[in-house]
Ligand binder design. Structure first.
Ligand code: ADP
Ligand code: ZN
Length: 605
């Protein structure tokens, strides 16, 4: 979970300081104006000054540089600015004006210097106050005068409530991190034989998959302090601040060793050098260099400080970060697989009153692609749905609703469809579902089919993988294309007409066909990659061939789908009519209805 940032940089003390400075400058301005006013000095133009001199009105002048202050014979004061004009002296002596010359020293300069001096005093006073207030302790409040202090949040062991039990799944990551925990607990055991323990560990994975949780759990397990900071917290507008923060952070961590520093979003500082655009870039490089220096420093000082960093962009990191002695261990924290999802659900279910009929394994199966955070949210959302209905327990149905909401958006209750609309939707979805059912070896098992509109969809066919898939075969991709085309094919077969409802189906079918031709080498164009995005350009002629090949894949498979549906028209009608009757059908009901062999995963459903 992303935590809220602490105070904004200008707050409390510094804001007062800014106000104070403004007030002082303002006062000085008003004061100079006021003194001018009380002195009752007239400001003359050069020409009227000359006129008055020639008219014999002027008693005396005092010239400093180009500035002239003078007194008229009636004792009024005036001032003016003169141009370098030798004849002025003649005029002055001609009219008996008492002229004196001073070295240029300007009142304005004086007040400026005065203001500057005052400001400096004020800043010094504030700095001293801040240093005293901070008392050298960690966790700067993030204000202007603790800029060099790291903004890290420090968790002392007593306040860390998570350990590995709270991290479900992620078995590989935990195993990798076990060494680290052991090292933090008994550094002597390793130092005895001169073993070099990794000082930096890079956790790589998409947001919400538990990188922060894992890092904190390591601290919980090792019972040591945990410093947490985000890479972006290092970067400020001022060059050198980031580096100072890094220095401060490591100094604090060493003082509290054994300890863990966790840097979330390290890519904010760790982007490879020379890749910055514009101003922020020097600052980032300095910060990165400081980080590298600090990590190298460990080896010699031997403090048991371990740095755990997290990113989902390992590709942009500066290679220097990944060298031995730095982040030389990379631990992947992937989207949870089926078993992990079930375990994560179990962890989050601890706080929720679940109906005994809730089958978390089945929930896990229907949540491919959910992150750990998504799964936590899913159960929470289900609990909210159940609470709204004043239920005693959260049921499977609530979880199902929450899942549909997470995946597709809210159920659309106000949409009024004509019986004809519904019929088209029912055949469309039945077409998708039947193709999957007729190609069981290449398709994931069906989970449910519904014609209840939700989000932007009029109906949806859901399926659920039986197991984790790490690659897909050509036949599986073709089956996906066929299933996508099944909706439109059923409409055309039954109503001999076409609707716009198949647009997104065609889009996904086309995407798959495109990837088969251009990325996977699964077409007649051979094992060649054609991808301008990956700097693999091709000629216009090849482009035409690619288009032709994609079209061929789509049209031949569309024909095959029409053929399959035609041959199984009885099943298509049965399924569509049942859908119209019940709106939502689960896989087990469909198997029964169509007299098909149930797939393993649905014996649980
Ligand atoms: P990341 O740092 O990778 O973005 P977090 O560690 O912040 O992810 O995870 C956010 C939340 O998701 C956690 O606080 C936790 O509630 C939940 N979560 C993520 N992964 C797991 C997991 N493996 N086990 C239990 N809960 C998890
Ligand atoms: Zn469709």
């Amino acid at each position: 979970m992303k935590k809220l940032k602490q105070k904004s940089p200008i707050q409390g003390g510094p804001r007062n300081l800014v106000v104070a400075v403004l007030v002082i400058v303002g006062c000085l301005f008003v004061l100079t104006k006021l003194t001018d006013y009380t002195r009752q000095v007239q400001t003359l133009s050069y020409s009227s000054f000359l006129k008055r001199v020639n008219a014999g009105d002027v008693k005396s002048v005092h010239i400093t540089g180009q500035h002239v202050e003078g007194i008229f014979k009636n004792n009024e004061r005036f001032e003016t600015v003169i141009v370098n004009n030798p004849s002025l002296w003649e005029s002055l002596s001609q009219h008996n004006v008492d002229a004196s010359v001073g070295t240029p020293s300007n009142v304005w300069y004086l007040s400026f210097i005065g203001a500057l001096f005052l400001m400096l005093l004020l800043i010094a006073w504030y700095t001293i106050r801040q240093i005293k207030a901070a008392g050298g302790s960690g966790g700067g409040s993030g204000n202007l005068f603790s800029m060099g202090k790291s903004k890290a949040k420090l968790f002392m062991p007593s306040s860390i409530k998570v350990n590995f039990e709270h991290v479900a799944g992620a078995a590989e990551a935990k195993e990798e991190l076990h060494d680290v925990i052991d090292f933090l607990k008994n550094p002597a055991k390793y130092q005895r034989l001169g073993a070099k323990i990794p000082r930096g560990i890079l956790l790589v994975g998409e947001p919400g998959n538990g990188k922060t949780l894992l890092a904190k759990a390591v601290a919980g397990e090792a019972n040591c302090p945990f410093f947490s900071i985000s890479g972006s917290d290092f970067i400020e507008v001022f060059v050198g601040v980031g580096a100072a923060r890094v220095r401060d952070l490591f100094a604090q961590a060493r003082k509290n060793a054994p300890s863990i520093i966790f840097i979330d979003e390290i890519d904010a500082v760790g982007r490879h050098r020379g890749s910055g655009l514009g101003g922020g870039h020097d600052e980032r490089e300095q910060t990165l260099n400081q980080l590298l220096t600090e990590m190298d420093g460990f080896q010699t000082t031997g403090g048991s400080v371990i740095v755990i960093a997290a990113t989902n962009r390992p590709d942009v990191l500066d290679k220097a970060l990944l060298r031995p002695g730095r982040f030389d261990r990379t631990v992947f924290v992937p989207f949870p697989d089926l078993i992990s999802r079930e375990q994560i659900l179990q962890v989050h279910a601890k706080d929720i009153k679940l109906d005994p009929n809730v089958d978390l394994q089945r929930v896990a199966r229907g949540t491919t692609g959910f992150s750990g955070a998504d799964l936590g949210n899913l159960l929470n959302e289900a609990a909210i749905i159940a609470s709204k209905k004043n239920q005693e327990l959260v049921t499977m149905h609530d979880i199902d609703l929450a899942r549909d909401k997470a995946m597709l958006g809210k159920e659309n209750k106000t949409m009024r469809q004509t019986p004809e609309d519904l019929k088209i939707t029912a055949f469309h979805e039945a077409g998708h579902a039947l193709i999957r059912l007729l190609k069981p070896n290449e398709s994931d098992p069906l989970y449910k089919v519904t014609i209840v509109p939700r989000g932007g969809a009029l109906g949806v066919t859901h399926w659920m993988p039986e197991r984790e898939k790490y690659h897909q075969t050509k036949d599986e991709l073709i089956a996906l294309i066929m299933a996508a085309l099944g909706g439109r094919a059923a409409e055309e077969l039954v109503f001999n007409n076409m609707t716009t409802g198949a647009a997104s189906d065609f889009q996904s079918a086309t995407k798959i066909a495109h990837a088969m031709v251009c990325d996977y080498g699964m077409s007649d164009l051979g094992p060649v990659v054609y991808n301008p995005n990956k700097k693999l350009e091709f000629s216009a002629k090849t482009g035409a061939l690619i288009d032709e090949e994609i079209r061929r894949i789509l049209t031949t498979n569309y024909e095959k789908v029409m053929d399959l549906l035609r041959k199984n028209r009885d099943k298509l009608d049965l399924l569509a009519n049942k859908l119209l009757e019940k709106e939502t059908l689960y896989a087990s009901e469909i198997y029964e209805l169509l007299g098909l062999e149930p797939r393993i995963s649905h014996q649980l459903a």
